[in-house]
Design a binder for this molecule. Structure first.
Ligand SMILES: [Fe+2]
Length: 473
């Protein structure tokens, strides 16, 4: 009897004294030159305080969330010139206080400072205890070891659902898998078709996406795109996050986004301009997964904005593989000096048959005049690497996209260039028919075996231009 009485007392007091605990985070959500947004989720309504300071100094600055809630957003300000800071978060619940360990974060690299960031996409988290892909967990663990300044996630963090409640559980799993990485750095995210719920199409997943996270609020047409389209700067780069999967108009980067992008690219003061969205612009013939090429006029208008403004790299996920070569098959009938990188091997079932069929993330380093990409698989093995070089500032050098003069002859084409470069001729399926070094003033001749449509590409080392040719024998 005495035992039962004591047990009831213990149960009573333990239920009364239930301490608050963190469900997610604290997560470094967005980092700007003068402020840091931090989010945290707690299991009970409570107040939150962030204390922070430069590494090596006292944590004398504070940010306070004065509304009792379970989802907290703190805005940290008063940063000095140091890049390296540390913080701890306190949650106040009744007479209890809990405090996280002291952790660190970095402010954005200044222009001229090199930095790294990691890229991956398509984790496809589902609800429940087995809803997180083991491949996704392994990749996140690896990325932590490389300690990048930030992570760029290329969409489809979750698989989506007919039910908003289940979608929230999927985001819970995504956060569980990524909480540790966000203790120290932001994960900037792109919205994908599964996140937006264009797959199930019975409610707008974009509203839940914007509600679950805290991203920069500098979107065009905020009533459509707040926190789904945004931009930020880091080191020598401007980053533009776009929405290729707006709930009502998927597979398009529409004119509102293109105008916003065009304006912002023109005022970007940095050497590297980088865009990211979920659905890729170029694909293989007969793509079954959907991509921006479903609406070619809109896709070409988007690509023209990138080309006209000197974007060096356009990143996407959506197809669950790694690719950096337009799949090597289709040759767009446009200038193609913008590199497309697809990194969609973050956890969802891998797509086979086109190369690059391995789980991976990409580590990207920007320093000096160079942007280097390394594709690393889930075992830590480097599977590919390449570098891009920034062209000189627009003001310093006028872009020269001139193509060699083409003469149509009875038996074929003549090409006479005003500058040296590499000329490549393709047939309509992308097969290379002819490769020739062009020297200024010297005519090179090519005779097709039959009539047809051909594509010619001219690369002078700085700019690549391509044209369409037709030939009738
Ligand atoms: Fe997708």
């Amino acid at each position: 009897m005495k035992f039962i009485f004591v047990s009831i007392l213990v149960l009573f007091f333990s239920s009364q004294a239930r301490a608050v605990s963190f469900v997610h985070g604290p997560r470094i959500a967005s980092v700007f030159r003068d402020s840091v947004f931090m989010t945290a989720e707690t299991d009970q309504n409570c107040l939150l305080e962030v204390i922070f300071g430069e590494q090596g100094g006292p944590m004398s600055e504070t940010a306070f969330c004065s509304v009792s809630d379970t989802f907290h957003t703190a805005v940290l300000r008063n940063f000095g010139s140091s890049r390296n800071w540390r913080y701890s978060v306190r949650a106040y619940f009744a007479s209890e206080t809990i405090q996280t360990p002291v952790r660190t974060f970095r402010m954005p690299a200044a222009p001229g400072e090199s930095f790294t960031f990691a890229v991956l996409g398509d984790a496809h988290c589902r609800a429940g205890s087995s809803g997180i892909s083991t491949h996704f967990r392994s990749l996140i663990e690896l990325i932590c070891q490389y300690d990048p300044d930030f992570v760029l996630f290329l969409g489809d963090g979750i698989h989506g659902s007919y039910y908003p409640g289940e979608m929230r559980q999927q985001w819970d799993n995504f956060k569980e898998a990524t909480d540790t990485i966000t203790f120290n750095r932001p994960v900037f995210m792109v919205i994908g078709n599964h996140d937006a719920n264009t797959y199930y199409q019975n409610f707008n997943g974009g509203d839940i996406f914007a509600d679950e996270f805290e991203f920069p609020k500098n979107a065009p047409v905020p009533q459509f795109y707040e926190e789904l389209v945004y931009h930020f700067e880091w080191g020598d780069a401007c980053f533009y996050i776009l929405d290729s999967d707006y709930y009502l108009t998927p597979e398009i980067i529409d004119i509102y986004q293109r105008n916003w992008l065009n304006q912002n690219l023109q005022s970007c003061p940095r050497r590297f301009k980088i865009t990211a969205h979920h659905e890729h612009a170029w694909s293989y013939e007969g793509d079954l997964y959907g991509f921006l090429g479903e609406h070619p006029a809109e896709r070409d208008a988007y690509w023209k904005v990138l080309r006209d403004n000197g974007v060096i790299l356009d990143m996407a996920g959506h197809i669950h593989l790694y690719n950096r070569n337009f799949f090597g098959r289709t040759l767009p009938d446009t200038v193609m000096c913008v590199k497309q990188l697809i990194s969609g091997g973050g956890g969802g079932s891998i797509v086979g048959g086109y190369g690059g069929d391995f789980y991976h993330f990409c580590l990207i380093e920007i320093g000096g005049n160079s942007l280097s990409v390394t594709a690393i698989d889930e075992t830590g093995t480097v599977r590919d690497a390449f570098s891009l070089t920034a062209v000189e500032e627009k003001d310093d050098i006028e872009p020269d996209f001139s193509f060699p003069e083409v003469t149509y002859m009875q038996d074929g084409f003549g090409f006479r260039g005003g500058k040296s470069g590499e000329l490549t001729l393709f047939d309509i399926s992308g097969r290379i028919l002819f490769e020739k070094k062009i020297n200024p003033g010297v005519c090179e001749f090519f005779s097709p075996q039959c009539s047809g449509i051909f594509f010619a590409s001219f690369d002078d080392g700085l700019y690549v231009n391509s044209i369409k040719l037709s030939f009738l024998r």
